[in-house]
Design a protein around this ligand. Structure first.
Ligand SMILES: NC(=O)c1ccc[n+]([C@@H]2O[C@H](COP(=O)([O-])OP(=O)(O)OC[C@H]3O[C@@H](n4cnc5c(N)ncnc54)[C@H](OP(=O)(O)O)[C@@H]3O)[C@@H](O)[C@H]2O)c1
Length: 263
């Protein structure tokens, strides 16, 4: 893909992208830093080969209040402020077995990972944005918030639904003060983790193609014919983070190749 017309669009901007060592977070880090932003990213583990020009890293667990504190300290120390906050971290570790297999602990873990991590970071960094009268916040929900899947991810889907509602409320409250809050709802995105899952399923499905089709079928099919790519999500995030999206407030952008079949 060639996005050279926006080569230096983020020059002078300071961005925090959580979960930027893998998947969509990594693609967004590369996209923003490539267009001139000074970027700070976070994860629990830093890969030994993680060297991207203009990108700083802080090790932190977003599900814990002390993780939020470490990230906020690093924003002040390494970026000297913040213009763009992209809350990427999310996911599910719940077991299979449907709603009755989920304990309080599973629910709390999903809520911490998919809702409260973003809430804590927003609450800590919004005062800096309010002081400068400008800032962009992006939340990452999921199509599962409107299309909950069977088996293991009901708590995840419900937490993402809460995140989307929270995102709208935050936008309503802070848009008049120059803060732009929006959300991205990805469908099936072919990250490294998805590729590993496809490899595992291929053993019983017979081939990678059969495994991929099996995964797409479990979503009811993808009309576009393939999963999205992390770089495609990064392009949407870059647009929403840029001044080109100045009048877009309180929206959620679905990027799913048409997976959700209803309006
Ligand atoms: N992939 C999809 O198809 C899909 C679909 C819909 C929505 N989403 C959403 O999109 C977002 C990104 O998904 P992805 O699949 O691109 O993610 P991913 O490849 O699983 O990467 C997750 C990133 O977050 C970090 N991370 C995980 N847990 C963390 C924690 N407790 N504290 C700090 N960092 C943590 C990981 O590093 P460490 O493990 O080292 O901490 C990694 O950098 C998530 O919110 C996910 O729910 C994904």
């Amino acid at each position: 893909m060639n996005f050279s017309s926006y080569d230096k669009e983020f020059q002078g901007k300071r961005a925090l992208v959580t979960g930027g060592t893998q998947g969509m977070g990594l693609a967004i880090v590369r996209r923003l830093a490539g267009a001139g932003a000074k970027v700070l990213t976070t994860a629990r583990n830093i890969p030994s080969d993680y060297h991207i020009p203009n990108v700083h890293f802080v090790q932190a667990d977003i599900t814990k209040p002390e993780g939020t504190k470490a990230i906020v300290d690093a924003v002040k120390e390494k970026l000297g402020g913040i213009d763009i906050l992209i809350n990427m971290v999310g996911g599910s570790n719940s077991p299979a077995g449907g709603a009755l297999a989920l304990t309080d602990e599973h629910w709390l873990e999903e809520l911490n990972m998919n809702l409260l991590g973003s809430v804590r970071l927003d609450r800590s960094l919004l005062p800096i944005m309010l002081e400068q009268g400008k800032g962009v916040i992006i939340h990452v929900s999921s199509i599962q918030r409107t299309l909950p899947l069977y088996e293991s991810t009901l708590a995840y889907a419900a937490a993402k639904a809460a995140l989307a509602t929270y995102s709208k409320g935050l936008s309503n409250e802070f848009a008049p003060q120059g803060i732009r809050v929006n959300a991205i709802a990805p469908g099936f995105i072919q990250t490294e983790a998805a590729n590993r899952l496809i490899d595992r399923l291929a053993v019983t499905a017979g081939s990678r193609e059969a495994a991929l089709n099996q995964l797409m079928d479990s979503l009811g099919g993808i009309p576009f014919g393939r999963p999205g790519l992390p770089e495609e999500v990064a392009e949407l995030a870059a647009f929403l983070a840029s001044d080109r999206a100045a009048s877009i407030h309180g929206s959620e952008y679905v990027i799913d190749g048409g997976t959700i079949p209803t309006v």
